[in-house]
Write a protein that binds this ligand. Structure first.
Ligand SMILES: Cc1cc2nc3c(=O)[nH]c(=O)nc-3n(C[C@H](O)[C@H](O)[C@H](O)COP(=O)(O)O)c2cc1C
Length: 176
């Protein structure tokens, strides 16, 4: 039960953090975040992901300018961009699972950030074609690789409280 309580506290503590202190995230922590991301489950264990780590101010600002809901990038010292590589997934319907694989990695990364005292927010890119093209252009991402989301990260400069979103009415036992 101790393990569950620890895990549940972390799950509730993860909130979208959009204000950051003006200090960099140490490289060792970036590596921890990427290790956590790549520990995610993936369909047939294909691990069809790549992660672009962005710290250059000009690129952070351009992404913040051109994504409609990621203005916090003007303040963030770091952005990690999880991507799906279409050359690493099988042909046919099975190939569609990359979206879920990269989403699982994204959530792992956000939870790890919380545990490390960092804050971040998932900013949607896929499946919006204009946002995909924009991120590809800014970061030089190849055509067969799809930027999935932007994750601005940093030391939190805002406090958000844990909260449950449990709704019993959304649970269906045995049948709908
Ligand atoms: C697929 C997805 C796309 C999102 N896109 C954005 C975004 O573009 N900008 C933003 O500020 N927040 C974005 N969010 C964060 C949500 O607004 C946030 O998770 C939600 O309001 C719940 O708040 P919480 O994360 O603090 O629990 C996104 C979240 C998800 C899962």
């Amino acid at each position: 039960m101790d393990d569950f309580n620890h895990c549940y506290d972390l799950l509730l503590a993860r909130r979208s953090i959009r204000r950051y202190e003006d200090r960099p995230v140490p490289e060792e922590l970036v590596t921890r975040l990427l290790e956590a991301a790549m520990a995610a489950p993936s369909s047939s264990n294909e691990q069809p992901w790549h992660f672009v780590v962005v710290t250059e101010r000009a690129a952070l600002n351009e992404l913040g300018e051109r994504h409609p809901y990621a203005h916090m990038l003007h303040e963030a010292p770091l952005c990690i961009v999880p991507c799906g590589d279409l050359d690493l997934v099988p042909d046919g319907l099975g190939g569609e699972y990359w979206v879920q694989d990269v989403a699982a990695a994204t959530q792992n990364l956000l939870l790890a950030a919380t545990a490390l005292g960092l804050g971040g927010v998932w900013c949607g890119v896929h499946p919006e074609p204009e946002r995909i093209d924009m991120v590809r252009e800014v970061l030089g991402i190849p055509e067969r690789v799809i930027p999935f989301c932007l994750i601005p990260l940093g030391y939190p400069a805002e406090e958000k409280h844990p909260r449950t979103q449990y709704r019993e009415m959304r649970v269906h036992h045995e049948r709908w």
